[in-house]
Design a protein around this ligand. Structure first.
Ligand code: 13P
Length: 253
C-alpha cells in the first residue's frame, strides 16, 4: 500500500556526539508529537547506524543507509554490503542519490544491481531520480527521469517493484534553496506514476510511494505534501535540525 514517509538524508554531516544528540531529540519529538500513519526514517552516515539503532529501538523512527554495495561480500575495500545493513536490523537504503551519480559515477546499470541487492536482503530501496537544471531547461526532462526508472527498476518483477520507494529529487533543487513548486512536483510525480502504471499496471502504480526531495523545509512541506501524488519527502539540510525535521514530519501526518 502507498505509504506516507518522511526520510532525512544527513549526507556526510555530524560527528558521533552530534548524531546521538540529534537522534535523541528527533525520537523524543516524534514520539511526543506525531500521530497517524506517517513513517519516519533517518539516514545517517553508515558508521553511526549500530549506535543509533539503540536509540531508535521501540520508537516509530526507522533507520536507513545512504548507500550500499551491489555485491553481498568480498574484496571491496571500504564498502558496505546489504547483508551487513540487514544484520543491523535497519529497514531502508538510499539508492542512486544524485550525489552518488555525480561524484561516484553511479550509472543506471549499477543502480539496478544495488536495488536488487537491497531487495534480496529485505531492505526497502529508496530509489532516487531527477533531472539537472540544464535538462530541465533544454530537454524533455520528464522523459529523462522516466528513463532512469526504466533503466534501473523495470527489470524487477511486480512483487519486487512493490517494495521499492521512489524519491524524485530535481538536482537543481538540492541544497540550492530552489524548491520545485508544488505544481512542478505534482506534474513529475503524476508522470512517474503513469509511467509505472504503463509497465506494472495501475494497482501497483497507485500503491507506489513517491517522495519529493530538494530544498523541502518546514515552510513549504505542507504545500508539497498536499499534492495528490506526493506521498512524503526526502529531506537533506532541514533534517539536520530536530525541530525543523519534526515539523516537516507533522506536515505529512
Ligand atoms: P536538500 O533538502 O538539502 O535540498 O537535499 C535534498 C536531498 O538531496 C535529500 O536526499
Amino acid at each position: 500500500m502507498r505509504k506516507r514517509i518522511v526520510a532525512g538524508n544527513w549526507k556526510m554531516n555530524k560527528t558521533l556526539d552530534e548524531a546521538l544528540a540529534l537522534t535523541t531529540e528527533v525520537v523524543g519529538m516524534i514520539n511526543d508529537e506525531v500521530r497517524g500513519e506517517v513513517g519516519v526514517v533517518l539516514c545517517p552516515p553508515s558508521v553511526y547506524l549500530p549506535l543509533l539503532g539503540k536509540l531508535t529501538e521501540g520508537s516509530r523512527v526507522g533507520l536507513g543507509a545512504q548507500n550500499c554495495h551491489q555485491k553481498a561480500s568480498g574484496a571491496y575495500t571500504g564498502e558496505v554490503s546489504t547483508p551487513m545493513l540487514a544484520s543491523l536490523g535497519i529497514g531502508y537504503v538510499l539508492v542512486g542519490h544524485s550525489e552518488r551519480r555525480q561524484y561516484f559515477g553511479e550509472n543506471d546499470a549499477l543502480l539496478a544491481e544495488k536495488t536488487k541487492a537491497a531487495l534480496a536482503e529485505g531492505l526497502v530501496p529508496i530509489f532516487c531520480c531527477g533531472e539537472s537544471l540544464d535538462e530541465r531547461q533544454n530537454q524533455d526532462y520528464e522523459a529523462i527521469v522516466k528513463a532512469q526508472l526504466t533503466a534501473s527498476l523495470f527489470d524487477l518483477n511486480a512483487e519486487e517493484f512493490g517494495n521499492v520507494v521512489i524519491a524524485y529529487e530535481p538536482i537543481w533543487a538540492i541544497g540550492t534553496g530552489l524548491t520545485a513548486s508544488s505544481q512542478q512536483a505534482q506534474d513529475m510525480h503524476a508522470a512517474l506514476r503513469a509511467h509505472i502504471a504503463a509497465h506494472y499496471g495501475s494497482t501497483i502504480a497507485d500503491d507506489t510511494t513517491i517522495l519529493y526531495g530538494g530544498s523541502c523545509n518546514e515552510k513549504n512541506a505542507a504545500e508539497l505534501f498536499a499534492c495528490p501524488d506526493v506521498d512524503g519527502g526526502l529531506i537533506g539540510g532541514a533534517s539536520l535540525k530536530s525541530r525543523e525535521f519534526t515539523n516537516i514530519v507533522k506536515a505529512r501526518m
